[in-house]
Design a protein. Structure first.
Length: 132
């Protein structure tokens, strides 16, 4: 099964996915239940415009964006608020990544937890291992 948790396997990817998901949710109105391909394409272009050039190699693909939008609509992924960072992050069913990716990336960068938030997370930008 191709779902957001199978695509998003690092904290950096989760941060990128969270940005796209927030933009997608902002672009969608409450009346839109289905997936609008045109809206997803426009949102993806907005997302790419916000990604710094140095990080474009880590950017989501359009296919990734489609899966995230689908999972947001279907309930397999949700945007959760981080009280510490004051930002939304993508939480995905079946993912081994839990919690805020910004807090986790900050903790990995500075070599310690970001107050109370990052203590809950494995701070890593390495792919999550799923098996022996």
């Amino acid at each position: 099964p191709y779902h957001a948790a199978s695509v998003i396997r690092t904290r950096a990817a989760q941060a990128h996915a969270s940005l796209f998901a927030a933009l997608e949710q902002q672009a969608a109105t409450g009346l839109e239940r289905g997936i609008d391909p045109w809206r997803i394409l426009q949102t993806f272009q907005r997302y790419l415009a916000l990604v710094p050039e140095a990080l474009l190699a880590q950017a989501l693909t359009l296919n990734d964006a489609w899966v995230i939008a689908r999972d947001l609509r279907g309930g397999a992924a949700t945007l959760v608020w981080c009280d510490l960072c004051q930002a939304h992050y993508l939480d995905m069913q079946g993912s081994t990544l839990s919690g805020c990716p910004v807090c986790a990336l900050y903790a990995a960068r500075v070599g310690g937890p970001r107050r109370r938030c990052a203590r809950r997370f494995v701070a890593s930008s390495e792919p999550v291992r799923t098996g022996p």
